[in-house]
Design a protein around this ligand. Structure first.
Ligand code: ASP
Length: 438
């Protein structure tokens, strides 16, 4: 039988009602054998996530204040869940241990990890599944970096002969046995690591949205969902601001060639977005998977007559940026011109030094900076096999009176980048969206 890792985020496990939905989802498919749980998230708009409550409880204890009130509030979140589920679970002993920890030598990461730990234990009890503590499998080195190989081995050894277990996300342990957490949102990483270790057929990531959208819904009204996308396309879109999961959470499953399915706990009937290594098998209606973009770029424009004859000019120019630790994003060139597109924030840290070095070392005829540049990326593997996408986009931008300041198409034709004035950004995205999808 196929085996899936199913990770449920904080909003999916925020209260007893959500737990029941999660249990229905898990029971609906016996392939869902390895479950990863987050801590209870927000139940409504201005609710507080249990992880945040745990951090403030720790702060109280650390500064020698009474932490009892804060701990009681956390406990009551779990009491509601346990009561709502009617599950037999002993919260007393768990909270006694936490209270003792806080009164002796409180540790921040230990406290933060209790959100996932308790939620997973309760979920395991409710489902009748086993419980595996992430502290025994996720290993960090002395510097707090994930020890990838060791973690992979530990998960494999622990899980190879087990199924139907719940594992808490977000934390692991240091070489001395103390608890250490990933950065916020890190349960996604735990799920991905398990999927890789046990060679899962699928990593399902259950959240509160039905997958990725083909454009930012704050800019485009009701953008169509993305049904399937490749990891390469995902990387291009995420780099340009489309958010899905943290890069370090995508990396293990991508490397192991395991498909990732983003799904909605509140709408399990939606298929969500499938992210897989290659071009999706189901033919896509559109050549483009999605559109994303960002403001906040600057272009440094350098002009020198006969630049084309000067060997090494470009290398020297880029070396100056590298020397000042500024990486370049794009490099549109003409015969005698080069423009280096950089993140403005990064560039501003060494702006004057870089411009001085260019003037002194390369002596260009003209040198100026254009700030306020926005980049829009149109991403889709299908573009490589077809004609006309660029034509449709440029026509649409012209019709919307948007001036294109830069065009860049990577050699693999997986993405096209358009540089426009920041003031035109929203109009540009909408007109490109309409040209492609409407
Ligand atoms: N509970 C942790 C957080 O709020 C980790 C997670 O949910 O992934 O960031």
């Amino acid at each position: 039988m196929r085996k899936y890792v199913a990770k449920f985020g904080g909003s999916s496990l925020a209260d007893a009602g959500q737990f029941k939905k999660v249990a229905d989802i898990i029971k609906a498919d016996p392939c869902r054998k390895y479950i990863v749980a987050s801590a209870p998230g927000k139940r409504f708009g201005d609710d507080i996530k249990v992880t945040d409550m745990l951090y403030s409880c720790y702060e109280q204890a650390r500064s020698g204040n009474s932490f009892e009130g804060e701990l009681k509030k956390i406990r009551s979140r779990y009491e509601d869940i346990v009561k709502g589920l009617g599950v037999d679970f002993d919260l007393n002993s768990e909270f006694e241990t936490i209270g003792q920890h806080l009164s002796s030598a409180p540790e921040k990461d230990y406290m933060a990890s209790r959100g996932e730990y308790l939620n997973s234990k309760i979920l395991a009890a409710y489902l009748g599944f086993g419980f595996v503590d992430a502290a025994d499998c996720v290993c960090f080195d002395e510097n707090g970096h994930l020890d990838d190989d060791k973690t992979d081995d530990r998960f494999w050894e622990t899980l190879k002969d087990r199924e139907y277990v719940v594992v808490p996300g977000f934390y692991g342990s240091m070489p001395d046995g103390t608890i250490h957490t990933f950065s916020r949102g890190g349960s996604d990483i735990t799920g991905s690591l398990i999927a890789r270790a046990i060679k899962a057929d699928m990593y399902e990531n259950w959240t509160d949205v039905s997958g990725m959208l083909s454009a930012d819904p704050r800019i485009v009204k009701d953008p169509r969902p993305i049904e399937s996308i490749s990891y390469r396309e995902l990387r291009e879109l995420s780099y340009m601001g489309a958010s899905v999961m943290h890069e370090s959470a995508v990396f293990p499953v991508r490397k192991a060639n395991i498909p990732l399915n983003i799904r909605n706990t509140n709408r399990p009937e939606d298929r969500g977005t499938i992210i897989s290594a290659e071009m999706p098998r189901i033919p896509r209606k559109y050549k483009v998977a999605g559109i994303a973009g960002k403001k906040g770029f600057s272009a440094v424009l350098v002009e020198t007559p006969s630049m084309n004859e000067e060997v090494g000019f470009g290398a020297h120019l880029l070396e100056i940026f590298a020397m000042h630790n500024v990486s370049f994003e794009h490099l549109p060139t003409g015969i005698d011109t080069m423009s280096v597109v950089v993140h403005k924030d990064e560039f501003d840290k060494a702006r004057n030094e870089i411009l001085d070095d260019i003037s002194n070392e390369l002596n260009p005829e003209s040198l100026y900076v254009e700030d306020g540049l926005a980049l829009v990326a149109v991403v889709g593997m299908g573009m490589a096999y077809s004609r006309g996408t660029a034509a449709r986009i440029t026509r649409a931008l012209a019709d919307s009176r948007v001036n294109i300041k830069m065009i860049d198409q990577g050699s693999t034709e997986i993405n096209m980048i358009f540089g426009v004035d920041e003031a035109d950004y929203e109009v540009a995205i909408n007109s490109i969206y309409n040209a492609i999808f409407e």
